[in-house]
Structure formats: C-alpha cells, structure tokens
Design a protein around this ligand. Structure first.
Ligand SMILES: [Zn+2]
Ligand SMILES: [Zn+2]
Length: 340
C-alpha cells in the first residue's frame, strides 16, 4: 500500500508498505486524513512521544475493507466509518473514574502508533464509529477536531447569550467561533494576529480584531461597555494572549483553554481573583463528545466545509507540510486525499 511516512525532522516520504495485519482488528481503506497542529509538531520533530518511522494522521475517515478473524462487530465491509483515535490504559485513576480521555498514559493512533496517512489502517473495532447515511467522507475527516470543540463547549457551565471572545483563529478557533454563533451568543469577537487567518474569519462573517493593528483588549472592552466578555475561548496557544485573556474576560467570566500550550505561560491570577473568573482546562474529548461530533458534522456539512481550505493528494505530503510550517500560505484545515 501507499503510505506517507514521517522518517526524520521535517521529512515525510511516500513508501510502499505491506497492508497492516488486521487479525483481531478491522481493516479500513482510508479516504481522507486531516493535518492537525500536533502532526505538524511531529513533523518538526518536536512531539514528545512520536518516534520515526511513523504514519501520522489521527483525523481520518474511510470504508471498512475487511474484518479480522474473531472480531465480533455490527460493522460490515463497505460501511463508511470514522475512527476515534484515542486509546487508554483502563487501569489508572482517571480511567477508573470513567475519564479515559485524560488517561495517565493516553495514546493516539497516528502519534503513538501508525495512523491514517496511508491507504489502509488496522484499528480495533471499539474505536470505529459507523457514519450516518449521506455524510461525505471528506467532511467526516473533520469530526475529530469538531469533537474537541464539542468537549470544550460542554465544559462551559453557564448558558451563553452574553458576549464571547475566541482568541486564535486556526481551524479549532474558527470551528469554535462558528459553533458559538449557533449557541446563541449575542456578541462574538475573534482575535487573530495572522492577517490571512483574520481575513478568512471575516469572510465567514466573524468580527475579527488583529492585535497587530488594534489594541484587542481595548476593542473588546469598548464593545462590551467596559465589562469584558462572559466567555473567552483561548485557541491560540500564545503566551502573549494568555497574559491578556483575563483582561478581555469580565467578572465571573469563564475562560476555556482549548489550545494546548507548548510550555507554561504567565496568567494574571490577580485578575482571576478580583473578577472571580473560572479557568477551565480541556483535553481532547470523551466518547460521547466524539459521537455527538459525528452527528454535528452530518447535520452541518456546509459549515464544516467552510473550515477546510485545501485538499491535496497524499503524494504531496512533503510539500504540504513545508507549506504549513512556512506560514506563507492561507491554510486553515488541510486534508490529504488518499482513496475516495
Ligand atoms: Zn487533531
Ligand atoms: Zn488510564
């Protein structure tokens, strides 16, 4: 089979590989695989767990090609499916509490073992979800990042209706902003320092402030009568934003940390005290969030499509990763087309 293999820092290459052994598993013929920020950190050689050679890709959709011997499953050959890429130990305290998504030794297909950037992948039955009729395999590859947003927004404890801000308009921030609009916030402000990404958001009808041009904190305070927003979703992972998010957020506001910070960042804890703000940490998604993301994507394909900026053949992998890290291109969610 054809596979895009990460072999070294800033290097992925097309290789001819054996179809993986699917004894006790289900063999999936991959259709599309999305490129995630964490794939980019693997590509750069900066991911703490990934080891080369590795077939990346944890955001992928496909079709059941074969069912391994002895596997009991309602799935049938030809079913369109998506994979929940998380796997866990089932023994640690988080797992025992039912919070397997924050397992002490949480692992992902495509990071800790081979994933979806290949023609075929073998996955245990319990990690596979059958897609609803009619959903496109292309949009189904975006279910995984949508699940992250579903999980985050489910962690917010207060109803929306008031003012909200999303800092960082990468694919995750953009998805959040579009989904928050549906959730009924009355005012929504996005903050994005990359001019192309800011423009991308504006084209989708969002109010985007560029902190390189305007004082974003002042803008949000002006728009909210000096009060700040009730909900701030941090999706940039930027330490500079972490420093100012408590200023943009108001009294008793909730600050949802959706992005994964690469290192500790400074936060104004005095503001957290004085305004009784709540910081909410989030990490990936539960199995329920993932299931709900399947439904969300199947009912909102047009919205999800607006987040996909590029679809490239798998063979272009090296070029595509180079493009993304160069920061020159207007990339939002980028998909690799593998089969169809
Ligand atoms: Zn991802
Ligand atoms: Zn565990």
């Amino acid at each position: 089979m054809r596979a895009l293999v990460w072999t070294d820092k800033q290097l992925v290459e097309m290789q001819e590989r054996e179809i993986p052994d699917y004894t006790g598993k289900v063999l999936i013929k991959v259709a599309y695989a999305g490129i995630c920020g964490s794939d980019v950190s693997v590509y750069l050689g900066k991911h703490p767990r990934a080891k080369a050679p590795l077939i990346m890709g944890h955001e992928f959709s496909g079709t059941v090609e074969a069912i391994g011997e002895g596997v009991e499953t309602p799935l049938q050959v030809g079913d369109q499916v998506v994979v929940n890429p998380l796997y866990f130990c089932n023994r640690c305290r988080a797992c025992l509490k039912g919070n397997t998504h924050v397992c002490k030794s949480l692992r992902l297909y495509g990071t800790d073992s081979d994933g979806g950037m290949a023609e075929y992948v073998a996955i245990p039955e319990q990690s596979i979800l059958k897609l609803p009729e009619g959903i496109s395999l292309k949009m189904a590859a975006v279910i995984e990042p949508v699940a992250v947003v579903v999980h985050g927004l489910r962690m917010v404890t207060k109803p929306f209706y008031g003012a909200a801000a999303v800092t960082g308009l990468g694919p995750m921030g953009l998805l959040t902003a579009l989904m928050l609009k549906d959730a009924g916030v009355s005012q929504l402000y996005c903050v994005e320092a990359n001019a192309q990404r800011a423009e991308y958001g504006r084209k989708l009808g969002l109010t985007v402030v560029n902190p390189m041009e305007v004082d974003a904190v002042q803008f949000i305070l002006d728009e909210t009568g000096g009060e700040g927003v009730d909900l701030l979703v941090e999706a940039s992972g930027s330490p500079a934003v972490a420093k100012t998010m408590t200023e943009m957020a108001g009294v008793r506001a909730e600050i949802l940390l959706l992005s994964v910070f690469k290192e500790p960042a400074a936060i104004d804890l005095r503001a957290v005290n004085f305004k009784e703000q709540a910081l909410i940490g989030t990490r990936v998604y539960t199995r329920l969030d993932f299931q709900d993301a399947v439904t969300y994507v199947s009912k909102n394909e047009e919205k999800i499509a607006s987040v996909v900026s590029h679809v490239h053949p798998l063979e272009k992998g090296q070029e595509v990763f180079q493009d993304i890290i160069s920061g020159h291109t207007n990339t939002m969610k980028v998909l690799l087309e593998i089969g169809k």
